[in-house]
Design a protein around this ligand. Structure first.
Ligand code: SF4
Ligand code: SF4
Length: 660
């Protein structure tokens, strides 16, 4: 006899099941289409490399070894639920195809293997559900935000699995199934029924009742998916599939927005991109972004997960069936749904994006809303207005005369770039390196190092204008584009091989954002450049008396551009220097608080981001806190002096120079 089992055994509810299935599917389709409609209401975005994306996505999904499931506990939990769901869905589809189309699939070896897999993966799913319940209601990480929906879903899935196993065990018990060993969990349950001494008629009756109950639970569950958090199965997967291959925080040029006749920035839901609206449903409210956010940790009124949840609630209100009854519905987001202070608190450090398991891009959304604030009267802080005015007038945030750049170069006898005189290295000094006292010292050290190594280089002097990083992150896209185009025009008049800069913000703009406007350059950060000079023997660190150094990874160098090793290699190439790492470093490094234009804004809180970072650095008991960014150097020097700790903050170049 060929192995199989009778479908719809002990029930005559097949007609009722198809009827309820239709109702369930109708709910699913209506709910799903509403979600899809809410995403499609946003600005369209073009995505290329679809083949490559698909491959990466499928591999990520199969392996489950990406950052998405960080931590063994979470990984096992999600693996159990995910693969349990996949195998049970496949098994159910096989049964449905056989029943509906009469194709004999559920027979012989296929039947036995599928029975075994469905049993084992069903058990895995139950374990996964149990682990999720433990995490949420016993372990209770304080950053995670759970609602009634979460508990309801866990109970619902558990009941579906449990009733499924009980039904299977009753069938095995009543039919003395000869292939019961291929359903080990059902067999185990049936042994329990035997021990309880349940009679066969009672087993049949219980099975018949449970069949209806289980069926209602399953179709109720399917109907509920688009209205619950479980819809993240689709939204999160799609969001991971759409993950940009560009560095984090890359912003969309505004002229693309205005071409489409939409608002500059985002003042209403429709002003966001389709992906940004999809992200509202992709978020699983795990709270990891909030837990990592330096602004949130310093007590600023910003939590990236709260921003997402507030926008999602707004979207649900907008797309609600009862919306026409909600007379007070106001489509505006700014200062209604998201407070201005929240938007101005972000340092664009990218820690939230690194931590997000489903690749939600917070920075673009925040900057898009800032862009709308900048077009409003009084939408931005007064300090920011001053920065815009200064940069617009003289090309630097302090409003200082560009002649300072010229004199800095002249004093140090540095060559200025000349037309028809090709140069190997264009040293882009940047605003901080040119005008800010502490960082001017770093520029002078760099001049000496380049001189010592015999590098053929020159600077732009007073022709170099602010790269526009702060201006762009502050939302003033118009002024940024003016600066970028002017700098690109200036650069086009000279011949050079590589732009070298000490500022990761300038580096990021010149390398990753100027190409949007036709400026394509080979750009190198001074950490990479100095390391090459050491490797080639042009610079030879002799050594220093024992010095304990901890290194802070600047956000725009590390998370934005994945330059982690070069700075460390420079430090460890110095004999006598001991490099001690902070607990969170590299991609998980904290922030100095200066990015995203925050450097120019008042911060009157007791606890500031830079002081939090200095505290973290002090835990390593270093002599020196090293960094490779002028903004970090400014804020860390200030926080270190406030902390009264004996901690010197130096740029890598300064440490290297002292060791020669
Ligand atoms: S970019 Fe940084 S400061 Fe801004 S929300 Fe994310 S973690 Fe917070
Ligand atoms: S945005 Fe990402 S990290 Fe933050 S709560 Fe949502 S899923 Fe979690």
């Amino acid at each position: 006899m060929e192995a199989t089992r009778q479908l719809f055994w002990n029930t005559n509810g097949k007609g009722a099941m198809y009827f309820i299935a239709l109702i369930s599917m109708a709910f699913f389709i209506v709910g799903g289409s509403k979600k899809l409609g809410s995403w499609l209401a946003g600005r369209p975005i073009r995505y290329d490399d679809l083949g490559l994306r698909f491959k990466r996505f499928v591999l990520d999904l199969i392996k489950h070894d990406t950052d998405i499931f960080r931590g063994t506990f979470r990984r096992i939990m999600h693996l159990g639920v995910f693969y349990g769901f996949v195998i049970l869905t496949i098994g159910t589809l096989v049964i449905a195809i056989q029943d509906h189309f009469g194709i004999p699939l559920f027979y012989g070896k296929t039947y036995l293997i599928l029975s075994l897999l469905m049993d084992l993966f069903g058990l895995m799913m139950m374990v996964g559900i149990g682990m999720a319940a433990y995490k949420r209601y016993i372990d209770k990480p304080d950053h995670e935000d759970y609602t009634f929906d979460d508990a309801f879903l866990l109970i619902l899935i558990f009941l579906i699995l449990f009733t499924g196993f009980v039904m299977e065990s009753l069938r095995i018990y009543a039919t003395l199934d000869p292939w019961a060993w291929w359903s080990p969990v059902g067999l185990l349950f049936s042994a329990g029924i035997q021990i309880l001494g349940v009679s066969v008629p009672a087993a049949l009756m219980t099975h018949a009742f449970l069949w209806y109950f289980h069926m209602l639970l399953v179709f109720g569950f399917i109907a509920y998916i688009p209205y619950s958090k479980l819809f993240h199965m689709f939204a999160s997967s799609l969001n991971i599939f759409l993950k940009p291959s560009t560095p984090i925080g890359g912003l969309t040029p505004v002229d693309q927005l205005s071409n489409q006749g939409r608002n500059i920035g985002a003042a209403r839901l429709e002003d966001f991109t389709q992906k940004q609206l999809l992200e509202l449903d992709a978020c699983i409210s795990c709270g990891r972004c909030q837990k990592g956010c330096p602004a949130y940790n310093s007590g600023a009124p910003l939590s990236p997960s709260v921003v997402i949840r507030a926008l999602k609630r707004h979207s649900m209100a907008k797309n609600s069936f009862f919306r026409s009854k909600i007379k007070a519905f106001n489509p505006s987001i700014l200062d209604k749904v998201i407070a201005k202070e929240t938007l101005w608190a972000c340092t664009t450090c990218g820690l939230c994006e690194d931590k997000c398991p489903v690749n939600i891009e917070h920075i673009k959304r925040i900057v898009d809303m800032r862009r709308s604030l900048v077009t409003e009267e009084g939408g931005y802080p007064l300090e920011v207005q001053k920065v815009f005015e200064n940069i617009s007038a003289v090309g630097n945030p302090w409003g200082l005369s560009p002649d300072s750049k010229y004199y800095l170069a002249k004093e140090s006898q540095v060559a200025l770039l000349k037309k028809n005189n090709p140069t190997d290295i264009l040293y882009w000094v940047g605003c901080h390196g040119s005008y800010e006292t502490r960082n001017m010292k770093v520029s002078q050290v760099m001049f000496k190092l380049l001189e010592k190594a015999g590098v053929n280089y020159a600077t732009l002097g007073r022709e170099e204008k602010c790269c526009g990083d702060s201006v762009r992150r502050l939302g003033n896209e118009k002024l940024f584009q003016e600066l970028a185009l002017e700098n690109i025009k200036t650069l086009s008049q000279y011949t050079f091989n590589t732009i070298m800069t000490t500022c990761p913000h300038c580096y990021n703009m010149l390398k990753n954002e100027y190409p949007q406007f036709g400026g394509h350059y080979q750009v190198v950060h001074h950490s990479e450049f100095l390391l090459d000079l050491i490797k080639s023997g042009q610079l030879k660190p002799k050594g220093i008396d024992h010095l304990k150094v901890t290194y802070h990874d600047p956000c725009y160098l590390g998370r934005y551009n994945a330059i982690y090793q070069a700075p460390r290699d420079i430090l460890t190439s110095i004999p006598g220097l001991e490099l001690v790492e902070m607990k969170n470093n590299r991609a998980r490094a904290f922030c100095c608080g200066a990015g995203g234009g925050r450097l120019w804004m008042e911060d009157n809180k007791d606890e500031t981001i830079n002081s939090l970072l200095v505290k973290k650095a002090l835990r390593t008991e270093p002599d020196i806190l090293a960094t490779a960014c002028p903004l970090c150097l400014t804020t860390l020097t200030e926080a270190a002096s406030r902390s009264m700790a004996e901690l010197e903050c130096l740029d890598l170049a300064e440490i290297l120079y002292n060791s020669l």
